[in-house]
Design a protein around this ligand. Structure first.
Ligand code: PGA
Length: 227
């Protein structure tokens, strides 16, 4: 399984260095990707773990204050990049057009984009779930999707302790599979060592995107043994 760990905006430098020391004791045969906060990308030194980033610029290098270009990420040995995470869509008003540009730039550098899609609570209540997912995936029409991973992350499940029913999950992942026949499909949103046995009963999940759990190494070890 592919397990992607999203640190979000967490850890000071010393905490990150300590995290790496503790992380190196983790035992697993799963394929791990760690996405630290950007300042720590250059400090990454975990063996047998791939480096990911939480975002990428729509621009090439140049006069773009605060941006990090895909070519710069590549020079740091970044192999994966989250794009379109709901926190960025909401807090940074990221548009579908910008997300598409990021994917374009990442693919040019051979970095695998992990496109996050998923409906809000309101959209779920209105029965618009599949429509929203389809719209968010439509930006991929011009890409070869085998080089892109998709993370289904219902916004209402992120950090809330709530997860979709297996029926909802299977329905969403089947529809994603239809649009992206060759992509690896992840599920993200309140994944934990306590609900992994339940989530595992979905036949369509090929990996997980972890937020909160990525920072709790003892629980992460338990999770990795169960999944
Ligand atoms: P969570 O976050 O596991 O804390 O719900 C997942 C994510 O936002 O990627």
């Amino acid at each position: 399984m592919k397990i992607v760990l999203n640190h979000k905006c967490n850890l000071t430098k010393d905490e990150f260095l300590n995290y790496q020391r503790e992380f190196s004791k983790i035992k697993t045969s799963h394929s791990l990707v760690v996405c630290p906060s950007s300042p720590y990308l250059a400090l990454f030194n975990l063996e047998n773990v791939a480096l990911g980033t939480q975002d990428a610029s729509i621009y090439e290098t140049g006069a773009h204050t605060g941006d990090i270009a895909s070519s710069q990420l590549k020079s740091l040995n970044v192999k994966y990049a989250l794009v379109g995470h709901s926190e960025r869509r909401k807090e940074h008003k990221e548009t579908e057009e910008e997300i598409k540009k990021k994917i374009e730039k990442l693919l040019e550098q051979g970095i695998t984009p992990i496109l996050c899609v998923g409906e809000t609570k309101e959209e779920r209540n209105k029965g618009e779930r599949l429509e929203v997912i389809k719209r968010q995936l439509s930006i991929l029409n011009s890409f070869e999707t085998k080089n892109i991973m998709i993370a289904y992350e219902p916004v209402w499940a992120i950090g809330t302790g709530l997860v979709p029913t297996i029926e909802e999950l299977d329905e969403a992942l089947t529809s994603i599979r239809f649009s992206c026949p060759k992509s690896t499909l992840l599920y993200g949103g309140s994944v934990s060592d306590e609900n992994i046995e339940y989530l595992k009963t979905s036949k369509h999940i090929e990996g997980y995107l972890l937020g909160g759990l990525s920072l709790k190494l003892e629980k992460l070890q338990v999770f990795l043994e169960l999944c």
